[in-house]
Design a protein around this ligand. Structure first.
Ligand SMILES: NC(=O)c1ccc[n+]([C@@H]2O[C@H](COP(=O)([O-])OP(=O)(O)OC[C@H]3O[C@@H](n4cnc5c(N)ncnc54)[C@H](O)[C@@H]3O)[C@@H](O)[C@H]2O)c1
Length: 339
């Protein structure tokens, strides 16, 4: 396998995955609407990178010409963005990705990996694994479940389909997101020297570094088809099921900042912890990074100015702005110009 199509390849995870695939010698085609701008600028001179600005809902079949494998990451990528317009969320995150999986198969692509999420488990009392009943509580989670069903149902002898349920991701990226727990806390420490914790901080959440989750896609792409075809894998590590308050303390310690107790929101003990044994046992996958490493990387980049807290770093606010501009521009543009 040499040529991988990455949908959402200009996004937070996709742009890091694209960089890692190129480093590994793959030819990569990114298919992305570029909602967050041209995040791949530093990779553009790589001859093995091709970028197609198009939508997974209506791109032509020709995008799959010469493609061996697809990593399907394009989506409205969190719960609040998913609630902006639930119909659009299902259209993109479920039907759009099911479409990509279907037309890739028709075009003769051999492998497909769906970017799903551990949020599909909702809140649960026990530690959940891939065989546990799921509890999708939001439109985003429902769309992920439907996308899993639609794509895994297309697995066949010649078409290897796998879904990866990623933990909450952290770490720096070409398209930075500060709406993710560890990234947001690190930004707060950089800006204010303190961090506020949602609720009382006792809730458990699984976390994974962005390079580790990107490596999981590559592990699946390179695995024996018999080990991954039709399968779901949780992506993360058992020791990164973390409670929010101790996590905040760890980040303060790693960044040499004092920990000041401060929280917002009502106490809420809804939690979930996830088992990551399957991907370790079946594919020999293990994470390499830690929250401390991720926080230090982000903190250093903020200090250096190579990462900034711009408007595109908060997913739902950015989509809201785009929609507002669209309405405004429709009213003022004439002859394709504003002025
Ligand atoms: N970041 C996390 O913590 C996390 C955790 C679990 C699962 N995921 C999943 O991983 C995937 C990537 O997430 P991310 O954090 O990189 O999000 P992101 O928002 O940074 O990236 C999504 C990309 O998809 C593109 N896109 C959106 N709709 C599109 C469409 N209709 N057609 C073409 N391109 C479109 C956007 O322009 C963007 O570049 C998503 O499916 C997300 O649900 C993310």
């Amino acid at each position: 396998m040499t040529h991988v199509l990455v949908t959402g390849g200009a996004g937070y995870i996709g742009s890091v995955l694209t960089g890692l695939l190129l480093e590994r010698g793959y030819e990569v085609t990114v298919l992305d609407r570029m909602f967050f701008g041209d995040t791949l600028a530093d990779l553009r001179n790589n001859q093995k990178l091709h970028v197609i600005q198009d939508d997974i809902r209506w791109c032509p079949d020709s995008v799959f010409k010469g493609i061996d494998a697809v990593c399907d990451l394009a989506a409205l990528s969190n719960d609040p963005a998913g609630e902006l317009n639930p119909e659009k969320t299902l259209e993109i995150n479920h039907e759009g990705r099911a479409r990509i999986c279907r037309i890739a198969k028709q075009a003769g692509v051999r492998r497909y990996v769906l970017a799903s999420s551990c949020s599909i488990y909702g809140f649960q009392d026990d530690v959940v694994d891939e065989t546990s009943a799921i509890n999708p509580l939001t439109t985003y989670a429902v769309a992920n479940r439907r996308a899993e069903e639609s794509t895994l149902g297309l697995a066949s002898k010649n078409y290897t389909v796998t879904a990866v349920r990623q933990a909450t991701v952290y770490g720096p990226s070409r398209r930075m997101r500060f709406d993710l727990a560890i990234n947001g806390m690190t930004l707060a420490l950089h800006k204010q020297g303190s961090v506020k914790i949602l609720r009382d901080g006792t809730q458990w959440r699984p976390m994974v570094h962005i390079r580790d989750t990107s490596r999981a896609f590559i592990t699946v792409l390179e695995a024996d088809p018999a080990a991954v075809n039709g399968e779901i894998f949780n992506v993360g590590s058992d020791d990164q099921n973390l409670q929010v308050q101790p996590l905040a303390q760890r980040l303060c310690h790693a960044l040499d900042m004092p920990y000041v107790e401060d929280w917002y929101g009502d106490p809420d003990h809804r939690s979930y912890q996830v088992s990551f044994k399957k991907i370790g046992e079946r594919l020999g996958y293990a994470t390499c990074e830690t929250p401390e490493i991720g926080a230090r990387e982000i903190f250093a980049a903020l200090r250096k100015g190579s990462l900034t807290d711009g408007p595109t770093t908060r997913t739902v606010e950015w989509y809201k702005s785009l929609m507002q501009w669209h309405r405004t521009l429709k009213d003022v543009v004439q002859r394709d110009v504003v002025l």
